[in-house]
Design a protein around this ligand. Structure first.
Ligand SMILES: NC(=O)c1ccc[n+]([C@@H]2O[C@H](COP(=O)([O-])OP(=O)(O)OC[C@H]3O[C@@H](n4cnc5c(N)ncnc54)[C@H](OP(=O)(O)O)[C@@H]3O)[C@@H](O)[C@H]2O)c1
Length: 280
């Protein structure tokens, strides 16, 4: 059985990938910037990987057959930061690289797509000569429960610059299952992986209210308000541009398309948000 290295195993995407690969019988190694124990259903070796530099790729890729590359979130410099990883994987003849990308790219065209940082990473991978799978995933349902939107839900108000945009939310466990199936079946190329329905944030807030038994509201932010928020967090210019592009795409329905990529790869139906929340 192949040994698969999954980066960012402490995060929402990484954790789900590790578990899905274990379920499928793969041997799994994962990474964190600071090596520490990470809790999975089985013991998993954790190696050091920091996209900001200082990684020994000989150690990282030792006895690894395939890789699932999950980059740091909302980082406008990932094209430069992930380049050494991709080059080292090619040098070391890694047999298959899967990259977790975003579904919003599928709604972009022309120079907006070409200038998108995530698209630049995809092209580096394609140009590397590695056997590869690009997984353009919808936003995770898990973002609202255990991920980076959870503090907003705790406060009772979703404040995002998504307007009336809809998103084909997908369960993180389904993305993990898709990636495990892609590796097991040797699927290559670009895949759009989404949940079975597109919801806007008024609908998401309503379902979360039902689940939690308290009112969750949605207050759309303007692009100027989102920019001011990023400024208050001293985000670098590239990351601000990345975030503004992503949420502009969301408002323009670039994340709304529902596909059957998950069913085709796994033979199962993707989870609905209601079921994810335990409401159905
Ligand atoms: N969540 C979604 O809706 C979604 C959808 C599509 C694609 N994605 C993509 O998946 C990726 C991860 O998202 P997530 O939701 O899993 O984020 P998350 O839950 O916030 O986790 C972030 C992960 O990134 C790692 N990380 C942060 N800085 C790093 C660095 N400099 N070098 C290496 N690792 C670093 C962290 O590892 P340590 O802190 O342990 O070192 C952690 O495991 C992002 O690139 C995102 O674009 C996410």
């Amino acid at each position: 059985m192949q040994t698969v290295l999954v980066t960012a195993g402490s995060g929402s995407a990484g954790r789900n990938c590790v578990e899905a690969l274990l379920t499928k019988g793969f041997d799994v190694v994962t990474t964190a910037r600071e090596v520490r124990d990470l809790s999975f259903s089985r013991e998993v070796e954790v190696r050091s990987y920091n996209a900001d530099g200082g990684t020994d790729f000989d150690v990282l890729f030792k006895d690894i057959d395939a890789v699932v590359l999950i980059g740091p979130p909302l980082d406008g410099r990932i094209d430069k930061k992930l380049a050494p990883f991709i080059a080292a994987a090619a040098d070391m003849k890694i047999r298959h690289l899967v990259y977790l990308s975003g579904n919003y790219l599928s709604g972009l065209t022309g120079s907006t797509l070409d200038n998108s940082i995530a698209r630049k990473v995809e092209l580096q991978i394609v140009d590397s000569g590695l056997k590869n799978t690009i997984v353009r995933s919808g936003f995770f349902m898990d973002n609202y429960t255990t991920g980076f939107y959870a503090p907003m839900i705790e406060r009772g108000t979703i404040t995002l610059a998504t307007g009336n945009g809809k998103s084909a939310l997908v369960a993180g466990s389904d993305v993990g299952a898709f990636i495990a199936a892609a590796l097991a079946r040797g699927l290559i190329g670009e895949y759009l992986v989404t949940g079975p329905e597109a919801l806007d944030h008024y609908e998401v807030a309503e379902l979360l209210s039902q689940k939690l038994g308290r009112t969750i509201t949605y207050t759309p932010l303007s692009e100027a308000q989102l920019g001011a928020y990023y400024d208050s967090r001293s985000l670098n210019a590239e990351s601000v541009e990345y975030g503004l592009t992503l949420y502009r795409a969301y408002r323009n329905q670039a994340t709304a398309a529902v596909t059957d990529g998950f069913r085709q790869a796994t033979g199962s139906e993707p989870m609905r948000f209601k079921a994810f929340l335990g409401l159905a």
